[in-house]
Design a protein around this ligand. Structure first.
Ligand SMILES: Nc1ncnc2c1ncn2[C@@H]1O[C@H](COP(=O)(O)OP(=O)(O)O)[C@@H](O)[C@H]1O
Ligand SMILES: C[C@@](O)(CCOP(=O)(O)O)CC(=O)O
Ligand SMILES: [Mg+2]
Length: 428
């Protein structure tokens, strides 16, 4: 198979509706893909053939390495094709990557470069051409609980899987749906999970599963060795979720580590909290299987959102700004609010009551603006990982590093190269 450059891979962010953090401890959680996405442009420039280059303008990071410096793993005849990652990160590869990462100070840059190098070295070989530039753009806020790390890892795993010849070019267009997981999606999901491990140590795998497969799922990790269970939730009832970003930055790695310490220090008490979160996710799952929410089901879901948030507060992963959002929503009686993702800042979701008057939103928006928060209505359950390989001159005109770096808003990215605008996107 010949790899055609330039190309773009893309994957969605996600909203965890119930069960964040508990998901790390093998409890079920419910999440759905978001319409906001990450896009990774891969271009080839023969005049730079000695190098592999990163352009990550969203986090203000660019970097390059000589291809000969990279610890590309030689392919052994006994290797499985496509390669299957081990259950833990490979200590030998981690060691080899150390010197390449040692000059990077910022944890944001470090995590992104580490995931990049780990996946590149695992999936590309000496015969991979040099002169490749990887330019990453997200329409998602980064480090805000909406799974930007997983959507980035999925974009990388898909791109390296394609370049390394491990997966075929996708052929399924926007409208068609497949009933089962394709081999390509299984491959991408598994390797993106390794990227998530590089970025936050002990991920549950829910974020990369949603970013790969799209849609909505009930997900349960089964420990380190067994495969996770992923139950697709088709036909989610209309949920009317308001998503509010505190713009308070935080790192998932720090929050997951904080909960881990609490679980170690208070094993009995925290087990009850995690069990309660499991019961909430299961009750919510049964309610959300219905195509419409009657009044009683809606009331129950609202209650479950409130209880889940209270439990997350008890694990120490809220933040005064998340509590401010909850306070305003409670005062105006618009619905129930919980943090989403790792917490500690980032985003909250509010499940809105029915028949709210528009002026309530105006008042709420005004309050949020005073604190610099940003609200948007979430569209849930979109497409998973995709690839754009286009021969259209108008599209090709945008598929170069300066254009990609130069997009200055979410709307521009979506309009010029986005999954929602171009028909050339294909899905695995
Ligand atoms: N567009 C992007 N460009 C570069 N790095 C990114 C991008 N999106 C995500 N990342 C990486 O993912 C990290 C954020 O992941 P995380 O702390 O898990 O928050 P979340 O997944 O909720 O956004 C960033 O610090 C960065 O390393
Ligand atoms: C806290 C957790 O449940 C979700 C983290 O999501 P995010 O990185 O904050 O978008 C961790 C995980 O499930 O891997
Ligand atoms: Mg993350």
């Amino acid at each position: 198979m010949t790899v055609q450059f330039p190309f773009v891979t893309s994957a969605p962010g996600k909203v965890i509706i119930f069960g964040e953090h508990a998901a790390v401890y093998n409890r079920p959680a419910i999440a759905a893909a978001l319409s906001l996405r990450t896009y990774l442009l891969v271009t080839k420039d023969d005049s730079k053939s000695e190098y592999i280059l990163l352009e990550f303008p969203d986090i203000n990071f660019r970097c390059h390495w000589k291809k000969t410096e990279l610890p590309l793993h030689p392919i052994h005849p006994s290797d499985t094709n496509p390669p299957v990652p081990p259950s833990e990160l490979d200590p030998e590869l981690i060691n080899d990557l150390g010197p390449l990462l040692s000059a990077i100070d910022s944890p944001l840059h470090y995590g992104a470069a580490y995931a990049f190098l780990y996946l590149f070295s695992s999936l590309c070989s000496r015969s991979t051409p040099g002169g490749l530039t990887f330019t990453m753009r997200s329409t998602l806020p980064i480090g805000a609980g909406l799974g930007s790390s997983a959507s980035m890892s999925v974009c990388l795993a898909a791109a390296f899987g394609y370049i390394g010849g491990h997966i075929k070019e996708a052929t399924i267009c926007q409208e068609s749906k497949i009933a089962h997981d394709s081999d390509e999606c299984v491959f991408i999901d598994r390797w993106a999970f390794m990227g998530e491990k590089c970025i936050h140590g002990n991920p549950s795998g829910i974020d990369n599963a949603v970013a790969t497969h799209g849609g909505a799922v009930m997900f349960q990790r089964m420990g380190n060795t067994l495969p996770s269970v992923r139950t697709a939730m088709r036909n989610l009832p209309p949920m009317h979720l308001l998503l509010t970003n505190t713009k308070t930055s935080r790192r998932t790695a720090t929050l997951v580590a904080g909960v881990s310490k609490l679980v170690t220090d208070y094993p009995k008490s925290t087990a009850h909290i995690l069990d309660a979160m499991e019961a909430i996710a299961r009750e919510a799952y049964n309610l959300m299987l219905r195509p419409f929410l009657d009044e009683t089901s809606k009331r129950k879901l609202l209650n479950l959102i409130r209880i889940n948030h209270g439990l997350l507060v008890s694990l120490g992963v809220s933040h005064p700004n998340l509590e401010r959002i909850k306070l305003y929503c409670d005062e105006m009686n618009v619905g129930e609010t919980k943090l989403t993702g790792a917490g500690g800042g980032g985003c909250a979701i509010t499940l809105l009551r029915d028949n709210l008057k528009p002026d309530v939103f105006e008042k709420l928006d005004k309050k949020f603006c005073e604190h610099g928060f940003e609200s948007f209505r979430a569209t849930l359950g979109g497409k998973g990982v995709g690839i754009l390989i286009s021969n259209d001159e108008n599209v090709l005109d945008k598929l170069n590093v300066p254009s990609f770096v130069g997009f200055n808003s979410r709307d521009e990215i979506e309009t010029y190269v986005g999954c929602s605008s171009l028909e050339d996107w294909r899905y695995w």
